[in-house]
Design a protein around this ligand. Sequence first.
Ligand code: TA6
Length: 313
Amino acid sequence: MGQHSAAVWDYRAATEITKDWNGIDQVVLRNPQGALARVSLHGGQVTSWRNEHGEELLFTSSKAIFKPPKAMRGGIPICFPQFGNCGSLEQHGFARNKIWAIDDNPQPLLPNDSNVKSFIDLLLKPSEEDLKCWPNSFELRLRVSLATDGDLTLTSRVRNVNGKPFSFSFAYHTYLSVSDISEVRIEGLETLDYLDNLCRRERFTEQGDAITFESELDRVYLSSPNVIAVLDHEKKRTYVIRKDGLPDAVVWNPWEKKSKSMADIGDEEYKQMVCVDGAAIEKPVTLKPGEEWTGRLQLSVVPSSFCSEHLNL
Ligand code: TA6
């Protein structure tokens, strides 16, 4: 019997660099089953994550402005070194509005990365302009990886490159694609305290046995568990968000009125999206010279039946 040669996975072919519609480099990651992720060097932003059937799992607004320096509305913008507009910088910080570089000195894969089939390492260092508005000597590295089972993992490392100590907040501003926001349930955030951005960031305690949506919702859940489930009723599938180094979770849907006031989202598109962001907001991260912080986010999709039986939320 002929020997079936074990197909050797070509990592380099699985990570392709192309140009996007603005002529900006983007990296396409693929796995053997046909799943795919796209990462733009504009902002280090994941702009697409598709399963092996080609279904898009991240929301992208049909009216997104794909023009620097504005971040594209959708995908996973990187919010650093500030979340929100409570500091001196632009809303959600400058990282998502800068052109990143491909890190030509990436860390090797680790033994527990055995199921990673394609990855890219990006690097953001402050420009002279950045140092004028945020005078801190940092390096921000982002690894985006796609695994055999289609899971998408983002690992960010912020290092204080021997400057004075500095503090920052951080969020993976994750726009998940959903069938109908009014039939979405989020599990794992029950009983937590949250800051309500619709009530001057006042602190409340979640009373519900899950988060559901009937109007605009904009909250930062504090000290949240590292596993959160976002159930899409119509598709009977659940996004499982696993995080590490990211104690808080932002949940946001603009609903109808806010959407109509935003130029870069369709009036009805709020129905097809929900933001659930792994974040470090309530207690900013402080790094002394030479110290490094790591924030990791893993996104999976499972049948909702699996979720309720196997995820002890
Ligand atoms: O909580 C999420 C949030 O801060 C909302 O208040 C809303 O502003 C959203 O982020 C979108 O922000 P962006 O700057 O991406 O338009």
